[in-house]
Design a binder for this molecule. Structure first.
Ligand code: NAI
Length: 699
C-alpha cells in the first residue's frame, strides 16, 4: 500500500508511504482519496491527519511517472486537493522533513497544517522550467504574504519550517510541533482540538494582497529578468503570483494551469527535465548493480601538488576525508600547500568559509616526500606530469608500496589508462579519475573505466564522486575521453571557420549568443593555446589524416599563448582579462588565407553555431556507438558540467534532438560538401544516420 489508513480513537491517520520521498504517484493518490472516503464514512472518526512515512512528508510528483500518462491520470493531484478541501471532517497535514512541490500543494489543500521544526519547505518547479501546477502559486501567497511566497516560487529554494513560522501574520502553519519525534502525537491532539470547528477554513478563501501591488510586481519583473536570462519560467512565476492578487481564486487556478501547460512544451523545460533525469542516469552502470559492495575510503593520498593535485586534495578535505599529498621536492610541496591555503583564505575573506572550518580542513592535510607515509591510504590519485615515463615510475612505485586493495587512480587527461594499469600487477585496482581545472570548483569528474578495472572499484569511485559533490560520468578508454575527444572536433571547426572568412571575435560572439559561457578563442586564451599546440604536434605524428587549420600553430609560433603571455587570439592589457580584438592576429589570418588562395566569404552566425555544435554531436554519436559513453545523456552531462554548454539547451545531444536528427544529418551532408572542411568527418555517425532515418531521437 502506498498510503496506510489507521484510526486512533476518533482521528483517522492517512500516512503516505511511497519511498524514498512519498512521491505522489497514481497509487498514492488513489490511496489518499480512499482513506478520505473511509474516514468521512466512519461515524467514529471526527478528524483526519495526513502525513508521510519515513524521510519525508512528500517530495511532490513521483519522478518514476515523469512524462507518462499516469502522471495526470485521475485522481490527479488537483482532484486529491479538492477532495481534501471538500472533506466534511477537518483535514490536518502533519509535516516533517520535506514538503516540496506537489507535497506542499497537497498540504495547502488541507484545512490545517502542523509542522515539525527542521522541515524543508519548497516549491522547486522552477528548477525544472515550470511553475507549480496544483495551486501553489495561488495558495502560497495567501498564507505567507506575496513577497515571501514569490521569493520561494521564483528561486525554488527550500526554507526551513521554523523560519516560515516566524513570518508575521503567516497562516502556513497553524501550529509548530516541539520536535519531529512529537509531531505524530501533537498532530492527533491538534486534530481533536479542531474536530468540531465549523466552518472549516480554506486557504482559497484568504486574501492575497500587496500594499504596493503594481510597483512591487514591476520591480519583481525587472529583478527576475536579470536573473532568468534564457529561461521563461521565472517571469511566469511573477505573472502567476500577480494573478493570485488580482483574479478570483478559480480564475487564478485556470491561469496557473495554462502557464504550466504552456511551459511544459518549451525546449527550456524539456532541457531541464532531460538534465534532471540525465544526472540520475549517469550514476548507473549497467553491469555494476547498486548493491555492489564498495571499498571503504577513509584515507586518500595525492601524488603531485601542482595545479591539479592541490585542487583534487581540496575536494576530499572539504568532505572531511584526510589527505596526504606527496611530492618529489620540498619546494614543490611548499608551493602546493601555499596555493591550497591561498584558495581557502580567499573563501574565508569572501565569507564563504568560516575560519574554524578552514583550520579543520587544513588539519586533515599532511604533506610528505615519502611513499612510506601513504602506503596505508585507501585511494591514491596520481596527478604528476603528463608523461608516460613519469607515470610509469609512479605506478610501479605505487604497486610496490600501497596496501592490497587500495585503489590506484590517475588524473591523466590524454594518456592510455590501460597502459598505465599495465605498469602494475593489479590492473583491476586502477581507474581514471579525470578532474577538470580548477579541480576544487568544476563539477565534472570523468571516471575512466579501464579494460580490467574491477566492478567494486567502479562502484566505490562513483559513490565517492557523489560524496565530494561531483557529477561523475563514466568514460571508456579513448584519446581525450568523452569531453576532450569531442572538443577537438569543435576546435578544428573553429579553425576552419577562420580560414574561410570569419574572425575570432565573430566566432566567439556567435557561440556565446547561443549560450556558451565562452567562445573557443577566448577559451583558448584562458586555458593556454600551447596545450592545443602540443596535442596537434602529437596528432601530426599519430593521425596524419586529421586535417587542421594552421592558424592556431602560427599564433603559437608568435608566442601568443593567451592570457598568461599577455596576448593570444586577442590582445590583453596588463592585469585585465578583457579580450581586445587584435589587428596583428587579423593580419595574420588574412595573410594565411592568401597563402592558401582562399577568397574569404561572409559566414553567418547560424553556420558558425551549427558547425561547432554539430561537430560535438557527430563525435558524441560515435562515442556512444563505440560504447565509450553508456548513453547520449551522459555526454550532455559532460558538456553541461565541464564545458560551459548552455543549460537551457540541455547539452549537445539533447539540442540535436530538439533540432531534429533529420535536420542535423542534412546539415552535416551540406558541410561535407565544403571543400575547405573535412568531408570524412562530416559523414554522419552510423548511429546518428540510423536514428535520423528511423525518425528517432538520442533520448
Ligand atoms: P603541474 O605541472 O601543475 O603539476 C604536476 C606536479 O607533479 C608538479 O608539482 C611536480 O613537481 C609533481 N611531480 C612530477 N613528478 C612527480 C613524481 N614523480 N612524484 C611526485 N610528484 C611529481 O601539472 P597539472 O596541470 O597539475 O597536471 C597533472 C596531471 O593532471 C597531468 O596528468 C595532467 O594531464 C592532468 N590534468 C591536468 C589538467 C589541467 O587543466 N591542468 C586537467 C585535467 C587533468
Amino acid at each position: 500500500m502506498t498510503a496506510e489508513y489507521k484510526v486512533h480513537g476518533d482521528v483517522a491517520v492517512i500516512t503516505m508511504n511511497n519511498p524514498p520521498v512519498n512521491g505522489l504517484g497514481y497509487a498514492t493518490r488513489v490511496a489518499i482519496t480512499q482513506g478520505l472516503d473511509q474516514a468521512n464514512a466512519d461515524p467514529a472518526v471526527k478528524a483526519i491527519v495526513v502525513t508521510g512515512a519515513g524521510k519525508a512528508f512528500s517530495g511532490g510528483a513521483d519522478i518514476k511517472e515523469f512524462g507518462s500518462a499516469k502522471a495526470t491520470q485521475d485522481p490527479n493531484l488537483l482532484s486529491v486537493i479538492r477532495a481534501l478541501e471538500n472533506s466534511s471532517k477537518p483535514t490536518v497535514a502533519a509535516i516533517h522533513s520535506v514538503a516540496m512541490g506537489g507535497g506542499l500543494e497537497l498540504a495547502l489543500g488541507c484545512h490545517y497544517r502542523i509542522a515539525a521544526p527542521g522541515a524543508n519547505i519548497a516549491l522547486p518547479e522552477v528548477k525544472l522550467g515550470l511553475i507549480p501546477g496544483a495551486g501553489g502559486t495561488q495558495r502560497l501567497p495567501r498564507v505567507l504574504g506575496v513577497e515571501p511566497a514569490l521569493n520561494m516560487i521564483v528561486s525554488g529554494e527550500p526554507v526551513k519550517s521554523e523560519l516560515l513560522a516566524q513570518l508575521p501574520g503567516q497562516k502556513l502553519f497553524d501550529k509548530m510541533a516541539a520536535s519531529p519525534e512529537t509531531l505524530a502525537e501533537e498532530a492527533l491532539a491538534f486534530a481533536r482540538s479542531v474536530a468540531d470547528a465549523r466552518p472549516l477554513p480554506l486557504v482559497r478563501n484568504l486574501p492575497a494582497k500587496h500594499p504596493q501591488g503594481d510597483a512591487y510586481f514591476q520591480f519583481a519583473r525587472n529583478m527576475v529578468k536579470g536573473m532568468a536570462k534564457n529561461f521563461p519560467a521565472p517571469a511566469k512565476c511573477v505573472d502567476a503570483v500577480e494573478a493570485a492578487t488580482k483574479k478570483k481564486f478559480e480564475e487564478g487556478m485556470v491561469f496557473e494551469r495554462e502557464i504550466f501547460t504552456n511551459l511544459m512544451f518549451t525546449p527550456e523545460c524539456r532541457s531541464l527535465r532531460h538534465l534532471f533525469m540525465a544526472e540520475r542516469a549517469a550514476s548507473k552502470i549497467a553491469d555494476v548493480p547498486d548493491d555492489t559492495p564498495k571499498r571503504a575510503i577513509e584515507r586518500v593520498a595525492v601524488i603531485g601538488a601542482g595545479t591539479m593535485g592541490g585542487g583534487i586534495s581540496m575536494n576530499f578535505l572539504n568532505a572531511g576525508i584526510p589527505v596526504t599529498i606527496l611530492e618529489t621536492k620540498q619546494e614543490a610541496l611548499d608551493r602546493g600547500l601555499a596555493t591550497i591555503r591561498k584558495n581557502y583564505e580567499a573563501q574565508v575573506k569572501k565569507g564563504k568559509l568560516k575560519q574554524d572550518k578552514y583550520e579543520q580542513r587544513m588539519a586533515l592535510l599532511k604533506p610528505t616526500l615519502s611513499y612510506d607515509e601513504i602506503k596505508d591510504a585507501d585511494l591514491v590519485i596520481e596527478a604528476v606530469f603528463e608523461e608516460m615515463g613519469v607515470k610509469k615510475a609512479v605506478f610501479e612505485t605505487l604497486d610496490g608500496t600501497m596496501k592490497q586493495g587500495a585503489i590506484l587512480a590517475s588524473n591523466t587527461s590524454t594518456l592510455d589508462l590501460d597502459k598505465i594499469a599495465a605498469f602494475t600487477k593489479r590492473p583491476q585496482d586502477v581507474v581514471g579519475l579525470h578532474f577538470f581545472s580548477p579541480a576544487n570548483v568544476m563539477k565534472l569528474l570523468e571516471v575512466v573505466r579501464g579494460a580490467k578495472t574491477a566492478k567494486d572499484v567502479m562502484a566505490t569511485v562513483m559513490a565517492l564522486g557523489k560524496k565530494i559533490k561531483k557529477t561523475a560520468v563514466v568514460s571508456g578508454v579513448t584519446d581525450g575521453f568523452i569531453g576532450n575527444r569531442m572538443i577537438e572536433q569543435y576546435s578544428r571547426q573553429a579553425g576552419f571557420l577562420l580560414d574561410e572568412g570569419a574572425t575570432p571575435q565573430q566566432v566567439d560572439k556567435a557561440i556565446e549568443k547561443f549560450g556558451f559561457a565562452m567562445g573557443p578563442f577566448r577559451m583558448g586564451d584562458l586555458a593556454g593555446n600551447d596545450i592545443g599546440w602540443a596535442i596537434r604536434k602529437r596528432r601530426a605524428a599519430e593521425r596524419p589524416d586529421m586535417l587542421y587549420s594552421r592558424t592556431a600553430d602560427k599564433l603559437c609560433e608568435l608566442g601568443r599563448f593567451g592570457q598568461k603571455t599577455g596576448a593570444g587570439w586577442y590582445d590583453y592589457q596588463a592585469g585585465k582579462r578583457d579580450a581586445i580584438p587584435s589587428k596583428l592576429v587579423e593580419d595574420m589570418i588574412v595573410e594565411h588565407r592568401k597563402s592558401l588562395g582562399i577568397e574569404p566569404r561572409k559566414i553567418s552566425d547560424d553556420e558558425i553555431v551549427q558547425r561547432l555544435v554539430f561537430s560535438l554531436v557527430n563525435e558524441g554519436a560515435r562515442i556512444v556507438e563505440e560504447g565509450i559513453a553508456a548513453r547520449a545523456s551522459d555526454i550532455d552531462m559532460v558538456y553541461i558540467t565541464g564545458y560551459g554548454f548552455p543549460i537551457h539547451r540541455g547539452g549537445p545531444m539533447q539540442y540535436a534532438d530538439e533540432v531534429g536528427l533529420f535536420n542535423v544529418v542534412q546539415a552535416m551532408k551540406r558541410f561535407g560538401q565544403n571543400p575547405r572542411d573535412d568531408a570524412k568527418f562530416w559523414q554522419p555517425a552510423p548511429l546518428l544516420a540510423k536514428l535520423a532515418a528511423d525518425g528517432k531521437t538520442f533520448s
